[in-house]
Design a protein around this ligand. Structure first.
Ligand code: F6P
Length: 358
């Protein structure tokens, strides 16, 4: 008899259900006696013993369902060692639930924060296998995370829609794309939808460069411009501040988001109104695209294989089209950021995309 539990943690994304289906179908196919538990709402369910024994039928017809059928929550890694309001030791509580269920392995689907906690549980002696999910595509060790391509498609469609109205009214639009720390989503959607200016956290922007780029477009006969802005885009001057200084500055001049700051500064210089569109959580919702369904199914099957081989302490990753195990100890705590000198940036620059830096 083998017993495993599935747990989805952090912000949701498309194809979490598809990935769990991949894991479950492989395990049910290969092992006669297998129990698969679903831990509700991420690490919260593991801490507070909230779970259920899943049945094969729970995995029927979920390949194209968005969200996660077992729910998720954000449990910050930095608070994992801090007891809860009732003095409960969260790490000990998670170990207790694991032992109570007599698990052979915990299969965790999550992003960066989730991987730090997964590695902590591994260090605490639990058997853990993880899968890389996030619309941000920022997990170190894998070329691709599932959820990313679906979000790119939605963000691209949002910019496409804005483009037609922007052109009709000869307006300048900012479309704000998710991604606080990294710009993969903005970069890909921006290129896919033909954004004229793309601002990402990895390349701090200079407002004068943005203004010049718009003026150049206007002179060239383009009366509308689209600026794709990542949530975490940052100006050159702010990028030079310490974390503490930046926090104080943000408190003193507060904007709903970075797009409003950029819009105000560009409006002041150009004397032209700028409109802002924020697709927000739509980017994480709805049905997964075909590509995500394929990779999450493959990653799910590969995670199940690791469980069958009792090869624990790994994240299944995609590298050059192949699925490979990567030690969790190497993944945890590292972000995969856009390299400012990457060829994708050079290619975008070569077709005239402005990144706000030159
Ligand atoms: O899960 C990743 C992400 O969607 C980021 O792109 C975004 O910055 C953040 O989550 C939003 O978090 P929340 O859902 O907690 O508002």
């Amino acid at each position: 008899m083998k017993r495993v539990a599935l747990l989805t943690s952090g912000g949701d994304c498309q194809s979490l259900n598809a990935a769990m289906r991949g894991v479950a179908k492989s395990l049910y196919e290969a092992i006669d006696e297998i129990e698969i538990y679903g831990i509700f709402e991420g690490y919260k369910g593991l801490i507070y013993e909230n779970y259920t024994l899943l049945q094969p039928s729970d995995f029927f017809n979920i390949l194209n369902e968005g969200g996660t059928m077992i729910g998720t929550s954000r449990q910050p890694f930095k608070l994992m060692r801090t007891p809860d309001a009732n003095g409960l030791d969260k790490v000990e509580a998670m170990k207790k639930t694991y032992k109570k269920l007599k698990l052979d392995c915990l299969i965790i689907l999550g992003g960066n924060g989730t991987h730090k906690t997964a590695n902590l549980l591994r260090e605490e002696g639990l058997n853990v296998v993880t899968l890389p999910k996030t619309i941000d595509n920022d997990i170190w060790g894998t070329d691709m995370t599932f959820g990313f391509q679906s979000a790119v498609d939605i963000a691209t469609e949002s910019i496409d829609c804005i483009r037609t109205t922007a052109a009709s009214h000869r307006r300048i639009f900012i479309v704000e794309i998710m991604g606080h720390k990294v710009g993969w989503l903005t970069l890909h959607a921006g290129i896919a939808a033909g954004a004229d200016i793309i601002l990402i956290p990895e390349i701090p922007y200079d407002i004068d460069v943005i203004v010049k780029a718009i003026e150049k477009r206007t002179k060239g006969g383009n009366r509308s411009s689209i600026i794709a802005v990542a949530e975490g885009a940052i100006s050159v001057e702010d990028s030079l501040l310490s974390k503490k200084e930046l926090k104080i500055k943000k408190k003193s001049v507060s904007y709903p988001s970075i797009s409003y700051k950029i819009a105000k500064e560009v409006e002041e210089r150009l004397g032209q109104e700028i409109r802002i569109t924020v697709p927000g959580h739509m980017q994480r919702g709805g049905s997964p695209c075909a590509y995500d369904r394929v990779i999450s199914t493959r990653l799910g099957a590969a995670a199940a294989e690791l469980v069958m081989k009792e090869q624990y302490g790994y994240m299944v990753a995609i590298r050059e089209g192949e699925i490979v195990p990567v030690p969790l100890s190497e993944v945890a705590g590292k972000l995969k950021m856009v390299e400012p000198e990457a060829s994708i940036i050079k290619e975008a620059r070569s077709i005239g995309v402005c990144f706000g830096d030159k």
